[in-house]
Design a binder for this molecule. Sequence first.
Ligand SMILES: C[S@@+](CC[C@H](N)C(=O)[O-])C[C@H]1O[C@@H](n2cnc3c(N)ncnc32)[C@H](O)[C@@H]1O
Length: 456
Amino acid sequence: METCTVVNALAQNLKARLFPPERRVLPNLNDFYELELAFYENLILDDEGLEQRGAYFASVNGKPTRHFLICTGNPLKLPDHSSSRLKSFFEKNIFRTGYGTHGLFPYRGKFHPQMIKGIINVMGLKPGETVLDPMMGSGTVSAEATLMGINSVGVDASPFCRFMTQTKIDALTMSLTRAKGALGNSEEVFEYFKGRVGMPLIGGKERRPAPTSEGMAAMETVAEYAMARDREKLTKEDRDTSDTYNFLLLAYLDSAGYAERSTRKAPLEQFRSILERYVFVAEKIQAVLKGVESELGQARILQGDARSLPLEDQSVHGIVFSPPYSFAVDYVKNDSFHLNFLGVDVQDLRTRMVGLRGGKLAEKFEFYKDDMNKVLAECGRVLRKNRFCAIIVGTNSNQLGKVLGLPPENVPGLHSVLAEMAEGHGFRLVKEMSRPITGLSNTMRREYILMLEKRG
Ligand SMILES: C[S@@+](CC[C@H](N)C(=O)[O-])C[C@H]1O[C@@H](n2cnc3c(N)ncnc32)[C@H](O)[C@@H]1O
């Protein structure tokens, strides 16, 4: 082959080489894994699919993609007192994190929604098929699948995750009339929830009953009914009532979380600005979805155990999830205020949480492997043959090295441990991608995306 001159080489445009001119990629495509996912999306999706579901493209044949429309417009509204560092992070990452109802609650360890969209596409999932997230957390997979017209099942051991995810999904379509009304009435709404939920102390458990407002108390009854039973059986009016109640409650719990961490703003003021942001976010996404609501996917949001899933054999077309790290975030402790309010026995929940069982690190790691083995066996059982399971997991070699008595550079990453385990449950590793973790304060530096195929 002829050697290229420097001038010739530098005259090449990498993106023009990788993608046809009628498919314009998004401006902020910087990381290698994003280029990889965009490359596969371009190979796998036809023009219509790319326009409706693509994650990394701005336009197809001159028509803006839905992802582009969802992300652009006014930037994400952050609370006024947010640091300039946080603001610039979200502005720069608007196509990755700051869109839809994904920003409604700051859950630790949440996915980049854009990456999830790309992964769902690369797994070959189509509208009408079903994707499962057996450890859904704040429900990024379900919310994203809904936007893509893909059905989903989301499962989490924590009842708070079930509540949060359901609320984020409902916010895509619910009537916002009463939530907007509550903005003009925020003091009364705040006082109502303060009476019901209590004010947070550090790790607080305080709960005061005695509702103060008739209207809110009536909403609460409907919302409780909806959370406990099949939402599909509610009348439209009751559903709106329940959606509005949950939306306001999530905003209150969110503000309570802030109050636990900082006293910079008075709690009422905090609540008002968070509710304002929630309404802004929901209005924005609903404006883009106007007229295409019937194309949205259906989401089933369940509380359950990933080690024994309430699903039939071979009933899902794809799985995407991120397990807890073996000794990272203590979700039960983090969410104790919200869990206490929901009346959850946190000690009992702890016994079902993967990554929290056991005492010393070494014992925790043994429990973790045992639990993850069960989760992967369940994934193998419920996934159809020749379909894909994507696992996203970070590795912290320093901690793992201490447990295994190895120097960090010799530690087999958690992703390798899980990939090997998955092989034992009928999976074959077909691709491994990795990305740097750029979150604000994270001890893990790299995250791996494992694409596993269920053997035929
Ligand atoms: C890393 S987080 C997932 C975050 C999620 N990907 C998101 O975007 O928000 C892991 C989740 O696993 C859940 N979990 C832990 N043990 C579980 C179990 N036995 N069954 C189901 N979920 C579990 C935790 O409650 C936590 O929400």
